[in-house]
Design a protein around this ligand. Sequence first.
Ligand code: ASP
Ligand code: MG
Length: 416
Amino acid sequence: MKVFKFGGASVKDAAGVRNLVLVLEKVGFKETLIVVSAMGKTTNALEAIIETYFKNKKQTPKGTLALKQFHLDVVKDLFREESGEVETAIHQLFEELIAFFNTNKSPDYSFVYDQVVSYGELLSTTIIHHFIQKKKIDSFWLDARNCIKTDDYYRSANLNWELTLNKINQQIGKNSLIITQGFIGSNSNNFTTTLGREGSDYTAAIFAYALNAESVTIWKDVSGVLNGDPRVFKKTQLLNQISYREAIELAFYGASVIHPKTLQPLQRKEIPLYVKSFENPKEKGTAVSKGKTLEPHIPCYMVKKDQVLLRLSSIDFSFIVEENISYIFGLLHEYQMPVELIQNSAISFSVCINNKYQRLEELVLVLRSKFNVLVTPSVDLYTIRHFDLKASQFIKQIGKPILLEQRTQETAQFVL
Ligand code: ASP
Ligand code: MG
């Protein structure tokens, strides 16, 4: 089988959905499983809805109706007079969602988040599945939650591999076109969980691994993997070939084209990953596979904006050693702060973190009981793989003070 993944940008509107079918027609869809994200900015819209809900649980959160209308408009555009059945399905999904808001008793933000945000993918796949059928292509709509089994770590759930592999192999037969949701799964109580923002690539890799797929293709609005995000860096170049290892490094440091967890399962079975343009599906794009580290071999630029730099030092001038460090890491894990960079000396410990869930204040409060803490918010973390002279000039040209710098043979990082 082949696995295709279509992200939110590729299906942001009716034209995107039409193009998805065009891509299928151009490249073929025999024995193909397609994993789809929520349309456009739907996940962000749902996140805003959840915030509103937590501020006032008495009303249907503002934004819900607008999001429904957005999906109904897409349906109207795609199906015209024949939109009845799909419209009913959309109405049903929103009724379910509103019923959840009305009956939910859980104060757990992350739990509620997953129950709600998953509707983005349920909506998109419902619309796309119907549209594929309208084009007289046979497709099967699979609820990914019946396959992707996880623990209870809401918003960033960990996969139960064994169970998931069993479920996928029980439920998926060959020979057909299957459409399913990225990003979502379920725990042992069958509550919905999610794999973390941008997790749909990971879903595609999980299915590919379970099905021993011949390849995974991620369809993007760029021509492939570039050596820097074109929205941030000028004069970027296409990378033709990247080894798994290099791609894992790039994803880890923030190359946003591939979700970091995606590559490990593919590497284990040497399943090639192609990143291609949904506008030019016949072009080669980028292959992530066994082989050359990087072709062409050029520096790759990544940036994570709006990070937080914490500098901790001991209150009593004692060393910061294993015990303190493990305590600090315990807290970072507890407060769900991804760690981007660390550096330590005898009495100080610096860590660049991502205040992903807005829990920085809580964390700093706890840390201050044991350490002096200096917080520098809104820093940018630049990472350059295959650093060279030109790259070092690039960092200087940004013209912001370098707060922290770290280099290894292949990687240079700067907190600005
Ligand atoms: N819809 C989810 C998100 O926007 C998952 C994904 O796009 O991969 O984060
Ligand atoms: Mg998305």
